[in-house]
Every structure is written in structure tokens, then in C-alpha cells.
Design a protein around this ligand. Structure first.
Ligand code: F3S
Length: 380
């Protein structure tokens, strides 16, 4: 891979952290056939819950001795930083989680602790990014038209510190072309559609043909689910997403029906916000609670970013008046708090995929309204 003089200097800078970050980016570039490094506008680091990375990850982060050169943000942690006791998080866990966050702040990363960084900072079509967090990556590529590969937490840190990434994969226009046309049933739930598409496709990029327009919130759920069950970093939607017209319509075709895959259990927790809830989703939840007009009868947790929560403080207060808890900085999948429940009802194909694997709980699926009705013990 060709390196500029300034990049060679970083390799030989004498700072072991910077040199290691360069080595990581060069190794990735060589594996994937990149010719050079390119500048990225921002990096987003995932995998920072103490539950997932443990002491080894914490010590590695504390060993880093360099500062990021570009805006570098951070995914959810294992607890709400303010309300961790309410979540049932142990003090020992809290201390280790805070050390992780301090270590990230030490390298200059911004602990926004959300998987929806695109709500907080405008990203533009064509911009190069180095993001980890599969749901944010697929959102940035598909819905915004920005360009990022599926980075790991480590390669995102390397990009943050170097300010660059290797030019391969999603950074190159022709690699973003669809391979398969996916026809969606009229009544398909977007999250369930994404769940099925991801399970069916291996590395192909889908172009979706739907009978209606999807909202950005629906596309967010669809993409997050697809990226969880498969390897997708991008999808296109005919007539809707920014790049669908740039490529020819694929010959290969598959159909996705509207049936909901069966996951059945009696929920003792309803958890929404995977990915973190948008302003509109919070408002939709409040509207549904107002329509049912009774307090929740089951534990109900919502997850959103601190910024969205604070910006919508009145909405959040009104939701919490129904007995719901609205947490920030964390989520039902990366926090160990979910493990004390038996069955969790979600409206997310990503949570459906990871909750049984990571938190060892059973799962049930419903759309947003069905989940809130379940919270209130209300018949659908
Ligand atoms: Fe976000 Fe957690 Fe889901 S990080 S995408 S809410 S698994």
C-alpha cells in the first residue's frame, strides 16, 4: 500500500500507540487490497460495555497513549451513568465501566454513549467515516449515502488516532452496487423484513422494492436488523434511498413475506430503543400510552441518547409518568441489567438476534404499538 511521507512519519514517530494504529490500518488495507489511506471525517467506537470487554479490554484502553485527531464518538456503555442503581447494576461493575469511559476520554473521544451518532452530528452524502456499530454503519451508508466500512472498535480507535482509514469496500462507489432485488410484501414489518433479509443473504447487497415509502425510523430498524442477522453494510430502497438510481437493477430476485417469525414467551420486560429511539419514536410511544390511557403493568424500559432525552424532556417526563423508565448511555443488549428477566419483548430484529446470545433471555417480537399494549396488559 502506498504511504505518504507524513504517514511514514506516524509509523516511525516513536509513539507505540500511534505506530500500532498505523499498523492496524495498513494490515486491513493490505488484506482488502487498498492502495492508500484516505481521510475520514469522524470515527465511532463500539464495544465499550464492561460486560462485553471485561478487564482485558479495560486495561488495553488504559494503555493507549495518544489523542484522536478527528471527531471520535462512543457507543452505549453497560449502564445509565446516572441511573445505574435503578437498573440494578452492581457498584463494582459501575466502577469498571467508569474507568473505561475515562480511558476513552483520555484519548480525546466524546462519550456520547449512543448508537445513533447520526442524530447528533450531521453527516453528508459522500463523506468518508470510520464507524464501528453495525446499525449506525448501515444507516450512514444506506440512508445518508455516507461511506464507511464495518469497522471494529479497535480499527475505529486506530482511525480516530490517525484520522484516516484504508480505501477499500464501502469507500469505493462500485462496491456499493446492489446484487439482488428484494420484493417486500405489502404488509411486511420493516424490522422483521430486515431480520429475514439478513438471514437469507450472505454478502450480497439488496435493492428493496416496497409498495410504500418507509420513514427513516422504519429504515433504521430495517437496516439494524439486516446488519445483525447478516453482514450487510448497505441496502438501497427503490425510489427512496440516495444511491439506488446510480446502479442497474439486479437480475437476481427474492421475495420476503409479511409473516412474523415465531418467538414466543410471556414477557416480563418490554424494551424499546434498539437502535436508540429518535425524537419521533419517543413521541409515538407517548401517543400510544395516551391512547391506552393507563399505567404500564410490566417493567418497560426505553433507551435513547442523553441528547435526545434532554431535548425532549417534557415528552420523557410524560412517558415516565405512565411508569416507564427512559434510560440513556446504554441499552438492553449491552447492559447486564437485562439478565434478571426471563423474556423480553422488543420491536427490533437486532435485539431479537443478540438478547438470547448475549443476555441469555428469551425474546418476543411486536411492533411499537404491540409492545406498549403488552406493557399495559392491553389486548391488541
Ligand atoms: Fe444500539 Fe444496543 Fe441495539 S448499541 S443498535 S441499542 S444493541
Amino acid at each position: 500500500m502506498y504511504l505518504k511521507q507524513e504517514e511514514e512519519k506516524l509509523l516511525d514517530s516513536g509513539n507505540p500507540t500511534v505506530a500500532k494504529c498505523m499498523e492496524i490500518l495498513i494490515a486491513l488495507g493490505e488484506i482488502y487490497g487498498a492502495e492508500k489511506l484516505i481521510k475520514v471525517k469522524s470515527a465511532h467506537i463500539s464495544g465499550i460495555s464492561y460486560q462485553n470487554i471485561g478487564d482485558a479490554g479495560l486495561e488495553w484502553l488504559e494503555s493507549l497513549n495518544a489523542k484522536v485527531r478527528i471527531k471520535t464518538t462512543v457507543n452505549p456503555a453497560g449502564m445509565d451513568l446516572q441511573r445505574w442503581k435503578e437498573m440494578g447494576i452492581a457498584e463494582g461493575f459501575c466502577k469498571k465501566q467508569l474507568r473505561i469511559i475515562r480511558a476513552l476520554e483520555g484519548i480525546g473521544a466524546e462519550p456520547i454513549l449512543t448508537c445513533t451518532p447520526y442524530y447528533l452530528d450531521d453527516i453528508a452524502s459522500g463523506e468518508h467515516l470510520a464507524w464501528a456499530e453495525s446499525s449506525a454503519i448501515i444507516y450512514a451508508n444506506s440512508i445518508v449515502g455516507a461511506r464507511t466500512n464495518r469497522e471494529s472498535g479497535i480499527s475505529a480507535i486506530a482511525s480516530g488516532i490517525v484520522g484516516k482509514t484504508a480505501e477499500y469496500g464501502m469507500h469505493i462507489k462500485e462496491n456499493r452496487a446492489p446484487d439482488v432485488l428484494v420484493i417486500l410484501d405489502a404488509d411486511v414489518d420493516p424490522a422483521m423484513a430486515g431480520f429475514k433479509i439478513g438471514s437469507m443473504l450472505k454478502n450480497e447487497i439488496p435493492l428493496l422494492r416496497a409498495r410504500r415509502m418507509f420513514s427513516d425510523d422504519e429504515l433504521k430498524l430495517l437496516g439494524a436488523s439486516m446488519a445483525a442477522t447478516g453482514n450487510a453494510a448497505i441496502f438501497h430502497v427503490e425510489g427512496q434511498t440516495p444511491e439506488w438510481k446510480d446502479f442497474k437493477i439486479p437480475d437476481e430476485k427474492i421475495e420476503i413475506d409479511g409473516d412474523i417469525d415465531e418467538f414466543d414467551c410471556e414477557p416480563d420486560l418490554i424494551a424499546l430503543g434498539c437502535p436508540h429511539l429518535s425524537e419521533n419514536e419517543l413521541k409515538a410511544i407517548l401517543k400510544t400510552l395516551m391512547k391506552i390511557d393507563r399505567n404500564v403493568r410490566k417493567d418497560t424500559w426505553l433507551f435513547t441518547s442523553k441528547e435526545i432525552s434532554e431535548k425532549n424532556r417534557k415528552v420523557v417526563e410524560r412517558i415516565e409518568n405512565y411508569g416507564v423508565k427512559v434510560f440513556s448511555d446504554t441499552c438492553m443488549v449491552v447492559s447486564p441489567a437485562t439478565e434478571r428477566y426471563e423474556c423480553v419483548m422488543v420491536n427490533s430484529g437486532k435485539a431479537l438476534t443478540y438478547l438470547p446470545k448475549l443476555r441469555k433471555v428469551r425474546v418476543k417480537f411486536g411492533n411499537l404499538e404491540e409492545c406498549i399494549r403488552m406493557s399495559c396488559n392491553e389486548k391488541n
